[in-house]
Design a binder for this molecule. Sequence first.
Ligand code: NAP
Length: 237
Amino acid sequence: MNQPPDNDPQDSPPNKDHGRTRDRRRVMKLAILGATGSVGRELVSQARAAGHEVTALVRAEPKPGEIDDRVALVLGDATSADAVRRTVKGSDAVLSALGHAKGGPEDLLAQVSSNLIAAMQADGVSRLVVLSSSAVVDAADRPSLLYRAAGVLLRAVMPRVVRDHREQARLIEDSGLAWTIVRGPVVFTDGPHTGRSHAGPIGGDSGPRVSRADLADFMLASATDGGFVRMKPLVSQ
Ligand SMILES: NC(=O)c1ccc[n+]([C@@H]2O[C@H](COP(=O)([O-])OP(=O)(O)OC[C@H]3O[C@@H](n4cnc5c(N)ncnc54)[C@H](OP(=O)(O)O)[C@@H]3O)[C@@H](O)[C@H]2O)c1
C-alpha cells in the first residue's frame, strides 16, 4: 500500500511501507516524459506539490495553465536522442508515462527506451520508472481468468502496442539501470487520489482498474524512495 499523500512535504515524517523508507522531505530533480498525457499530467502536478524540481519533455509549447509554470520544459520529440539527453541531464530520477500517439512510430517505446538508457548511462543517472502494461509478463505472475482474457484481447486488438511494450521492457531489464516497470491494470480511471494501491505480480488480488492519480502516486513514490527496483509490479486498486 502507498501512504496517503502529504500536504506539506517539509513537515511530514519518513514513513515505512513495502520495506521501503519513504522520506518525502528529500527534494529531487525529476525528469518526466509523457508529461502531457493522462497519467503524465498527474505525475507533474504531484511531483510539484511534493516540492520536487521537474524537467518535462513536451512536443509543443503548452497552453497557459496546462503545465505548472515552475516546470522546466524541453521542447522536442522523445525519439530525438538529443532532446532526451537534454531532459535527463542532471536529474536524480527519470519517469516515463509515454503512450503511442496517432500517426507515431509503432516502436515508439523501444526507440525512446534506447535514447533514455544511453542518456542516463552517459550522465550517470540510474533511477528509471516507466509506465507499462499488463502485456509485459513477469515470471511470478499467476493471472486470474480476467487477466488471462485481457492478455488475449490485448494481443489480438493491439499486437504492435504489445510488442513495443515488451521490447521496451526487454531493453530496460538489460540496461543495468535501477529500473522499475510499473504495469498498469486493464483500465485507468479518473477516480480520486487515495494514495492507496495494490502492487505486485499479476495474481488473484490484482484488480482491473486504478485511478490515474494513484498510479502517478505509486510511480512517484517508487522514483523518490527507491522501492520496487528491478521489479515489474502490476498496480491496481
Ligand atoms: N489508458 C489505459 O487504460 C492504459 C492501460 C494500461 C496501460 N496503459 C499504458 O500507459 C501508458 C500511458 O497511457 P496514457 O493513457 O496516460 O497515455 P496518453 O494520455 O495517450 O499520453 C501519452 C503521452 O506520450 C506523449 N508522446 C507520444 N509520442 C511522443 C513522442 N514521440 N515524443 C514525446 N512525447 C510523446 C504524449 O504527448 P502529446 O501530448 O504531445 O501527444 C503524451 O504526453 C501507455 O504506454 C499505455 O499503453 C494505458
